[in-house]
Design a protein around this ligand. Structure first.
Ligand SMILES: [Zn+2]
Length: 215
């Protein structure tokens, strides 16, 4: 199934020019593993003569760009389940081993989350969230931008049903809740622009887990 929701062009351009942190790079590359359309777009944006790239000549093009793009473009298979995790092998290869992830239950039941990567310089984090079938991730707000994509199953988020590969974002300060597909549940990869410990408005929800995430 082809994703219906894609990263904005500026995200793809930032990726193509290497102007992203590790959590964003991994998030974009995971989307590319689902989406030939965006993989082609990254290739086009990354071309030395690309029209958009000409508009930002101050951004150097990484030497390994083409190798990475074509490696991504050739990787369109659905992610294989590795130790029960529906993540692309290319992503798993860049993460700490799954047995070292610290899973934390989300109060309310039916959801758990683990921080996979923390960007030390920028303060962002990459999280994996697993929701059981029909589970509700309680309404919450965050200080920074939240971007993510569904890697397995599906979920309702602000009136839209997101499926495998679909990209979603929530602007800083917005509030939302997420409800997992009633049959398949949902696995979501999320980049929080500002670390979860600085989220606000998780009253009675993530306040307890916030301290657990600080490690
Ligand atoms: Zn796409």
């Amino acid at each position: 199934m082809k994703p219906a929701n894609h990263p904005p062009t500026e995200r793809l351009l930032a990726y193509a020019t290497g102007a992203v942190d590790v959590p964003m790079r991994l998030l974009v590359e995971t989307h590319l593993s689902f989406c030939a359309r965006c993989a082609r777009e990254v290739g086009r944006l990354g071309e030395p003569g690309g029209t958009l790239l000409e508009a930002v000549p101050e951004e150097p093009v990484p030497e390994d760009l083409f190798g990475r793009i074509w490696a991504e473009a050739g990787r369109h298979e659905q992610p294989r389940r590795v130790e029960g995790l529906p993540l692309p092998p290319g992503l798993l290869a860049e993460l700490p081993p799954p047995e070292r992830w610290h899973w934390h239950p989300v109060p309310g039941g039916g959801c758990r989350m683990a921080r996979l990567v923390k960007d030390v310089s920028g303060g962002s984090g990459l999280y994996l969230i697993q929701m059981n079938p029909g589970a509700r991730f309680p309404r919450h707000a965050h200080l920074g931008v939240e971007e993510g994509l569904v890697v397995a199953g599906g979920a309702w988020d602000r009136g839209r049903f997101l499926e495998e590969g679909d990209w979603g974002s929530a602007p800083a300060g917005s509030r939302h809740e997420v409800i997992a597909d009633a049959k398949e549940g949902c696995w979501t990869l999320v980049r929080e622009e500002r670390d979860a410990v600085r989220l606000s408005g998780w009253w009675g929800v993530l306040q307890r887990t916030a301290s657990l995430l600080r490690h």
